[in-house]
Design a protein. Structure first.
Lengths: 290, 278
């Protein structure tokens, strides 16, 4: 009788699959209990008013000018940071693909190295460079290019420079992978047919590297949208970004309703942008690995 | 006519060569922009004065003395180290098991990867706020347990991605052969699979330690008092004043980062070399 045997085999197969899946249980448990559940709690809190009644008040409050300006600032800063990262990251990513293997490995190491250095340490470094008695101002003063220190930090300038510096590697890594995958013969063909480097870039390299560029730019934009440490330190309280509004609502005002609504809005914005990038441009992963 | 075309050709190639040279120069500058700011912290930490002037007027080790003699800073460093080691061990165990499970159940890959990558995708300020709220109910705020669990969550995606990538290029038939020859699945994993992905697992563990050490946002919410991390204390100190003590601490952290980074590079190199020989 083959049927019971087949049944037993099927059951054994099922058990085996379940055992394999059970290896994921600790990870599933930790993400569910410490990430998914708290997020649901925050969503719930965002719909409660001060007296425990259900309301949309927390979301309506976000339309007030104080919040509204912070949103606009956050988006503008993120857009500017993304632009700077593209301008710095594109030549770097392309240059790395042209280098011989040994030098390319060194270049990649130089791009990865900042990722291994604490964000706080890198932010502090910019404080040293940009402050009134800092590196840039002392150079400007001693060379006579300026007769008084320029205010470079504790404002938007410092925030944008510091955040861009921290996020450049996130643009370079996916873009580098994307440019490296391009068939180099297309570029040789374009050059040998007499196209100028600018023309080759415009009509061959740029279109073919757009997916990687788009992926990197999306990651940078999204990370900048939720940035906290660098704007908090380099903005010196004069720059209000989204994440800082959330932190203030909790630590300063203990207003969980406001903080949750802001948080939910940030999450929705982040996930929508990532989803759109995934759906329309094939964004695969964050491109961050050891 | 052939000559003219040839000249035009070399002209285009000549321009391409010039453009390439300009590109390399630009790349060098951009790399400098990426690395140099961090390196500037080093001379600052040896400053002889209490304010940060570049270059320092005089040199001293006093800020290192302040750091190492302060019980508060020493305690914070110890907390960060302990949390980092424990979170790294926990995240590596849990993450490697999860990555293995995904590699053997490809039909669940999309949903499980989605779940495990979530801590990397959700803005960290939200993770911090959510944990702070939940921890307040459980009495886990300002405890080592709470900090280690939170950092395990943050490090998990990096472990799953790193080990998952290594398992992708590993031939599962080797392990099946071991099992068919009578080895228990655990033994087959330990003696056949693990040795071949051990450097990736090591990289993942180092990366997890780094993620824990680097975190300032979650620590700002859930760590405090006796169990405040070094990043939390540094963040608060930065908002108040920019004392060169921070430069001394930063230098120590930079050296640590360099060591961790070099270790993972060597680990990757070893693994790649091992594959090439096999």
């Amino acid at each position: 009788m083959p049927a019971p045997d087949a049944l037993r085999l099927a059951r054994a197969e099922k058990m085996h699959k379940l055992r394999l899946l059970s290896l994921s249980f600790p990870a599933i448990g930790i993400v569910t209990l410490m990430l998914v559940m708290p997020l649901f709690v925050l969503v719930g809190l965002s719909f409660l008013d001060g007296d425990g009644g259900v309301s949309l008040g927390n979301y309506q409050r976000m339309l007030r000018p104080a919040y509204y300006t912070a949103f606009v600032d956050t988006f503008l800063i993120s857009a500017l940071v993304t632009l700077i990262c593209v301008l710095l990251g594109y030549p770097l990513a392309y240059g790395l693909t042209l280098l011989p293997p040994g030098l390319a490995r060194l270049g990649i190491a130089l791009v990865l190295l900042p990722l291994w250095t604490s964000v706080l340490v890198r932010t502090y470094a910019w404080l040293i460079i940009l402050q009134t008695r800092g590196v840039i101002n002392s150079v400007l003063l001693s060379t006579g290019l300026s007769d008084q220190p320029i205010r470079l930090v504790y404002n938007y300038t410092g925030t944008v420079i510091g955040t861009a510096h921290i996020l450049v590697p996130f643009l370079v890594l996916p873009l580098y992978a994307s440019i490296r995958a391009i068939d180099k013969h297309l570029i040789y063909a374009s050059t040998s047919l007499g196209a100028s480097p600018a023309r080759t870039f415009r009509s061959v390299l740029l279109p073919l590297s757009l997916p990687g560029l788009f992926a990197g730019a999306t990651i940078v934009f999204v990370l900048s949208l939720g940035a906290y440490v660098t704007p908090a330190v380099l903005g010196g309280g004069r720059v209000q970004m989204w994440a800082m509004l959330i932190e203030r609502s909790i630590t300063l005002y203990q207003h969980w309703g406001a903080a949750s609504a802001l948080g939910v809005a940030l999450l929705v914005a982040t996930l929508s942008i990532l989803y759109a990038a995934y759906r329309f441009a094939g964004l695969r992963s964050f491109g961050v690995q050891a | 006519m052939t000559g003219a075309r040839l000249r035009a050709g070399t002209g285009a190639f000549g321009r391409a060569a010039t453009a390439r040279l300009a590109l390399y120069a630009l790349c060098t500058l951009i790399c400098l922009f990426l690395v140099a700011p961090t390196l500037l912290v080093l001379p600052m930490s040896f400053s002889g004065t209490a304010y940060l002037q570049f270059p320092p007027e005089s040199w001293s080790l006093q800020w290192y003395a302040v750091f190492f003699e302060s019980p508060v800073w020493r305690r914070a460093m110890l907390v960060s180290f302990q949390a980092g080691v424990m979170a790294s061990v926990l995240a590596t165990l849990i993450g490697t098991a999860a990555a293995y499970s995904i590699s053997r159940r490809p039909e669940l890959r999309l949903i499980l990867y989605g779940l495990f990558i979530a801590p990397m995708v959700v803005p960290v300020i939200l993770i911090a706020a959510g944990l702070f709220y939940i921890y307040a109910r459980l009495g886990l705020n300002n405890t080592m347990t709470g900090l280690v669990l939170a950092h395990t969550l943050l490090a998990l995606p990096y472990v799953v991605l790193t080990v998952g990538a290594a398992l992708l290029s590993f031939d599962a038939n080797q392990e099946r052969a071991a099992v068919s020859l009578g080895a228990t699945p655990l033994r087959a994993f330990a003696t056949v699979t693990l040795p071949q992905i051990r450097f990736s697992v090591l990289s993942a563990a180092l990366l997890a330690f780094l993620i824990s050490l680097d975190d300032a946002v979650v620590a700002l919410f859930v760590s405090g008092g006796h169990n405040a991390t070094i990043t939390r204390r540094m963040f608060n100190a930065l908002r108040d004043q920019i004392d060169p003590t921070i430069a001394a601490i930063s230098t120590c952290l930079i050296v640590l980062s360099l060591l961790l980074f070099a270790s993972t590079r060597i680990a990757r190199h070893r693994e790649a070399a091992g594959r090439a020989h096999a």
